[in-house]
Design a protein around this ligand. Structure first.
Ligand code: XMP
Ligand code: MG
Length: 181
């Protein structure tokens, strides 16, 4: 295990099982429809890659990058689009793929932006959810794991851009994120 992490919260096997379960449910729900999976950079990259390969239907993928609002200004919930989708989503079935829903502010804002573009539908799929931290009510249609309010890294999730490549989901040691101000 990486020396900066306290423990494994969700193991590789549990992640694999969940991703395949979600892939099956999504394949059933979107059967006969053209699905565009929209991964939110960078956290969702690893989940997106595994989830797309767990689908039994044809899908297209694209990515969006949005700026995080940072701890000091989290009240507004306004996010800036750093990278937009390549194509119009008009009349498309869109599935937003996220790593984690925390306050819900990011997704809430993103959902408004995408809905304004007249897609056939927009749904949300997240691997992780911290329900105790929610500030706005976002409709999460597909959720992998509800987790406690602990800072987690690995499987795409980072702290200061580190740990994204680690294969499981870990609780980060407190001294790691408390030592940097
Ligand atoms: P919201 O708007 O729902 O933002 O508060 C969700 C985003 O916050 C980040 N986030 C985390 N990233 N470990 C991380 O690596 C965590 O425990 C964590 N909690 C929130 C993440 O970027 C997510 O997209
Ligand atoms: Mg993210």
């Amino acid at each position: 295990m990486h020396p900066d992490v306290e423990k494994v919260l969700i193991s590789r096997m549990e992640i694999d099982e969940k991703v395949h379960e979600l892939g099956n449910i999504l394949s059933r729900d979107y059967a006969g429809k053209e699905l565009l999976m929209v991964g939110i950079l960078k956290g969702a990259v690893v989940f997106m890659a595994d989830l797309a390969r767990a689908m039994n239907i044809d899908v297209r993928i694209d990515f969006m990058a949005v700026s995080s609002y940072g701890a000091s200004s989290k009240s507004t919930g306004v996010v800036r689009i750093l990278k937009d989708l390549d194509k119009s989503i008009e009349n498309c079935h869109v599935l937003i793929v996220e790593d984690i829903v925390d306050t819900g502010l990011t997704l809430n804002y993103l959902l408004d932006i995408l809905q304004a573009r007249n897609p056939a539908s927009v749904r949300i799929c997240t691997l992780l959810d911290k329900p105790s931290r929610r500030e706005v009510n976002v409709p999460v249609d597909y959720n992998g794991f509800a987790i406690p309010d602990k800072f987690v890294v690995g499987y795409g999730l980072d702290y200061n851009e580190k740990y994204r490549h680690l294969p499981e989901i870990y609780v980060l040691k407190k001294e790691i994120y408390q030592s940097v101000k």
